[in-house]
Design a protein around this ligand. Structure first.
Ligand code: MCA
Ligand code: AMP
Length: 496
């Protein structure tokens, strides 16, 4: 089954129903189906066919959604890209994935010449767009479209310990099975109205929030950007029932209230994920709103893995709950053996939710499976039915405001600066972001002076903003163990 077809089936049941309200503009299921059909026809005329990778690097909006669902309808593969990526990052994703077409806008072309290396459509250029689209109106995509459950639907890039991002290939079956599991455990119905403030270029905002809603025939109220006061105002209007955010978003929502009690009369559930939700924040949110945040755990390669129960009394802070239906979890020691109940080990995952492969990387794929090794450390509580707790990460990873930053990727950029001998990138605790990216830098003697601001500027030329260090410390040398490995814990405790 094709994800788009599943959504269009819902659309046919109630064409007049509101699918998405984007920044106040209402879009019915009928309009959604028509737009997706038009875009699919247009993509076909542009030569897109099954298996082709189509990059979408657009601001959050209906255009992104129509293109994405049209790409999937054709059996092609969406490559969602953060519009904040630099030319170098964009160029890497386009060439590594072998994308045949890029959708971006005029703002995107300012990024640099990389994008122009493959056929590019500017969605805000009427010459390239409105004309052909107007003519391309195709029949609504029907079951005749050539997609099977195990066909690739998306390639989502995730970095890694080497600093070389890898494309996780996610199938229609991955998406649909996970969406169905979330419908069940979160009691999601077609009467729900989800307030959507997340970016669309990650699994959280695109697959969990958007696909989750549309596959149920529910409604999405979408804001282009998260802003705490607007979220409370929108909730107070009394139509929204669900909200999803990362802990930084909840932190800002609490701060914005400044002790006030918000009007949450229509709300049913607030969900958090992508990073650990602190117990203090969980408690403050409950004190102010009466809602116990429902925390769940996911990963790009596995969509959603575990969730707290829907029953508010069974939502426990610092626990990510139980595996979703159809998902199996093991907690495993370095030896590869499962640890005893209650002991800490690496979380491994298996199920229909787990991705197919890393694009063009059979060795990396083999290393990741057959049970997906998440790199997250946790334990299961035998007294509470094996409830899962995450306690840390086996891999070096900073999660800043819900975005993952792999230190090696930033270190590679810093080390390329002529004044830098070596660098170490690590996490510092941060009240707003959970963790913030920090760098310790040893300068090359005799290569001139460089300031912290200049090094951050150098990073910004090569990396999207959230990966760039918020702080740079100049040190005489990096603390290393006997094996020559940098001791990042020492940096954190001495510099933090
Ligand atoms: C923005 N900036 C950040 C971050 N976000 N810096 C560090 N960490 C961040 N998370 C920087 C920008 O580079 C910019 O820097 C400045 O902050 C202002 O940018 P702006 O876009 O205005 O930021 P914001 O609106 O304050 O964004 C905060 C945010 C956002 C709303 C919390 O980071 C966000 O939407 N996070 C959610 C991420 C997410 O969806 N993750 C899911 C992936 P400068 O001024 O220097 O240029 S994980 C996933 O999908 C798995 C499956 C899962 O489990 O969910
Ligand atoms: P990504 O690779 O961007 O999909 O991020 C996945 C990672 O986010 C996971 O491997 C975890 O480290 C982290 N993560 C997601 N949800 C949670 C959560 N609820 N608590 C702690 N960490 C989480």
């Amino acid at each position: 089954m094709n994800l788009t077809e599943t959504i269009l089936e819902k659309a046919r049941l109630n064409l007049a129903k509101t699918a998405i309200v984007f920044e106040g503009r209402s879009h019915s299921y009928g309009e959604l189906a028509r737009s997706v059909g038009q875009h699919a026809g247009w993509l076909s005329r542009l030569g897109v066919k099954k298996g082709d990778r189509v990059a979408i690097q657009l601001p959050k909006g209906l255009e992104f959604i129509h293109l994405h669902l049209a790409v999937l309808a054709l059996g092609a593969v969406t490559l969602p890209l953060n519009p904040g990526y630099t030319a170098a990052e964009t160029g890497y994703f386009l060439s590594d994935s072998g994308a045949s077409l890029l959708f971006t806008d005029r703002a995107g072309t300012k990024r640099g010449p990389e994008a122009g290396k493959i056929p590019t459509v500017l969605t805000d250029d009427p010459e390239h767009y409105t004309g052909p689209l107007g003519e391309a109106a195709l029949e609504e995509p029907g079951p005749g479209y050539p997609t099977r459950a195990d066909d690739a639907a998306m390639i989502c890039y995730t970095s890694g310990t080497t600093g070389q991002p890898k494309g996780a290939v996610i199938t229609h079956q991955n998406l649909l099975s996970n969406t169905a599991a979330l419908h069940e455990v979160w009691h999601w119905t077609d009467r729900d109205v989800l307030l959507h403030v997340l970016p669309l270029f990650h699994v959280h905002g695109l697959c969990v929030a958007l696909h989750g809603s549309l596959c149920k025939g529910a409604t999405v109220v979408m804001l282009e950007k998260f802003e705490a006061a607007r979220v409370w105002r929108t909730i107070a209007e009394g139509t929204c029932t669900m909200f999803m955010g990362v802990p930084t978003i909840y932190q800002r929502l609490v701060a914005d209230l400044d002790g006030r009690r918000p009007d949450t009369g229509s709300m049913r559930v607030f969900v958090s994920g992508s990073a650990p939700l602190g117990e203090g924040l969980f408690q403050k949110f409950q004190d102010l709103t009466g809602f116990r945040i429902l925390e769940r755990y996911g990963m790009t390669e596995a969509q959603m893995i575990a969730s707290n129960p829907y029953d508010p009394d069974r939502r426990i802070p610092k626990s990510v709950g139980y595996p979703l239906p159809g998902v199996a979890i093991r907690v495993v020691a370095d030896s590869g053996e499962e640890v005893a109940a209650g002991e800490i080990g690496e979380v491994w995952v298996k199920g229909d939710n787990v991705f197919q492969c890393y694009w063009h990387r059979p060795a990396e794929t083999a290393k990741a499976g057959p049970w997906l090794k998440t790199g997250d450390l946790g334990y299961r509580d035998p007294r509470d039915g094996g409830r899962l707790y995450l306690v840390g990460r086996a891999r070096e990873l900073v999660i800043s405001g819900g975005f993952n930053v792999y230190p090696k990727e930033v270190e590679n950029v810093l080390d390329n600066h002529p004044a830098v001998r070596e660098s170490a990138v690590f996490a510092l605790d941060d009240e707003d972001l959970g963790e913030r990216v920090a760098a310790a830098v040893v300068l090359e003697k005799g290569k001139g002076e460089v300031t912290a601001a200049e090094l951050v500027g150098h990073c910004k030329e090569h990396l999207v903003g959230y990966k760039c260090p918020k702080e740079v410390f100049f040190v005489a040398e990096l603390p290393k163990n006997a094996m020559g490995k940098v001791q990042k814990q020492v940096l954190k405790s001495t510099l933090g």
